[in-house]
Design a protein around this ligand. Sequence first.
Ligand code: ATP
Length: 456
Amino acid sequence: MAPVSDGLVTMEKIVSLCKRRGFVLPSSEIYGGLGSSYDYAHYGVLLKNNVKGQWWRAMLQERDDVVALDSAIIQHPRTWEASGHLAGFTDPLVDCRTCKLRFRADLIDQAQCGRKPSKHPGETPDCDLTGARDFNLMFETTIGPVSEEGSTVYLRPETAQGIFLNFKSYLQFSRKKPPFGIAQIGKSFRNEITTGNFIFRMREFEQMEMEFFVPPDQAEMWFGHWLEQRMNWYTTLGLRPDHLRLRAHDQDELSHYSSATSDVEYLFPIGWSEVEGIANRGDFDLTMHAKFSGQKLEYVDTASGERYIPHVIEPAAGADRALLAFLVDAYDEDEIEGEVRTVLRLHPLIAPVKVVVLPLVRKDGQPELASEVYRDLRERFQTEYDEGGAIGRRYRRQDEIGTPWAVTIDHQSLEDRTVTLRDRDSLAQERIAIGELGEEIERRLRAPWRSPKLET
Ligand code: ATP
């Protein structure tokens, strides 16, 4: 088994695998597609559910100081005044009157002229650029049957604000007091100007955000805690540590309210890029919403009478970007019997399908026994059954979607009720009794895992 690719995989290979195997498809393709919109197909849905499931697990099941929320996408428009998005969530844009294209003023030296792609906008005599104008990235719509003053609302550009709006209710019903967090996963919308790079930057995407409310004097300590927790989450789920880093924002990069922000960055084929931002937001959000709503958004200790506005530590991750990082990190090619095999070396916990059951031949009672094993395993794991085509082909198909284990039923299985259990990465085949399969797969699923790409 000789590795033929151990360097960086290209985005084209990922896009092509995603389409070929049904992970992610261009949206509205029969109408020519829609810029930066993608649909998650079957295996993409399973994979993303696993990524989100692991995030929930780390936030809720493995701790007792975080609770969950699923807030509305369309919130009261005052939300975005208070948060600063209405005034400040903008990109500076430049239009070209000649080619009618629009560019981000701060990225114009990376853009291509609409008429002469070898030039940057403004470099040819025909270019006719406007001055830079601020363009708000929030999608606007109206509520109710007629658009009239006061009916304008926005699709949320982040999930975080829904958490702040509910802070007061959570203090009342959740029996939590700072330090505690509220976590949410949901769709966010941004009318991004610079798009491309597949699901890295979309106009509609999913965020996994948690706001952790702490006594002000503990903010720094908790910021450190969350940096560590979040880095561990990615590496425990198999991302290679040498492809992951924390980058602290420089002073001039920080939002005006944040005393510290660090990005978790992954080495994508497009270079080091953010998958998650972790920020110490101070008391900015609660103070602003208190001011705009007229409500008191503070914590009062009933025993001591102490009152304060909690500070907030926010780990804000993108489900799509995390998924892309897992895919890129897992993608591998090797050679088996002279043929190149594409394989996704995903951590078993996030692999879309855990196990496939394959009768070696479609006769002699093998399909019947295989179906029995399949029905049994699918009670516990996302399982597939496949009896069509040469066995090598069937293994290959599962390798491409990252299925960690394959159970093969052969003639011996009918005699002694044993099967072979094939491992996606080592290719080792072990003979095992049917009755022990479930426990063995469960054991392997829970075992610590390390990317086999680290060895190469
Ligand atoms: P960028 O600088 O790349 O635009 P950001 O700093 O604006 O990202 P945040 O507002 O911190 O992003 O959002 C938190 C997370 O949400 C990001 O780390 C990213 O994973 C995800 N995210 C943000 N914008 C997009 C997008 N357009 N498409 C996909 N994911 C996104």
